[in-house]
Write a protein that binds this ligand. Structure first.
Ligand code: ZN
Length: 100
């Protein structure tokens, strides 16, 4: 728990807005977010940046490599961004159906 805390709360508020989760679940969710942030560099990626590498990322995953080691920022973005995660899951399906 450190300087990441303010960023975590920022995410938290974006995620839940006016509908915060029950008090007893908050701590767990915040801890998960802190952990996600700890995996990363200081900078966050924008969706546009993730989209540029998302096919490479999906290929890595489909080959069984560990994206959190190779592309930690992208992995982190998947944790916080459902939109990119959906895109990634679609790509992954395409790759698995049509292997190169
Ligand atoms: Zn995104």
């Amino acid at each position: 728990m450190s300087t990441n805390n303010n960023r975590v709360w920022g995410f938290f508020q974006k995620l839940f807005g006016q509908n915060p989760p029950p008090e007893n679940k908050k701590e767990k969710i915040v801890k998960g977010l802190v952990k996600a942030l700890d995996l990363t560099e200081e900078r966050e990626l924008a969706c546009e940046e993730v989209f540029e590498v998302i096919d490479q990322y999906a290929e890595l995953v489909s080959r069984g490599e560990q994206p959190d080691k190779v592309m930690p920022l992208v992995q982190h973005h998947m944790v916080i961004c459902g939109h990119c995660r959906e895109e990634f899951e679609m790509l992954l399906e395409v790759i698995q159906v049509n292997p190169a």
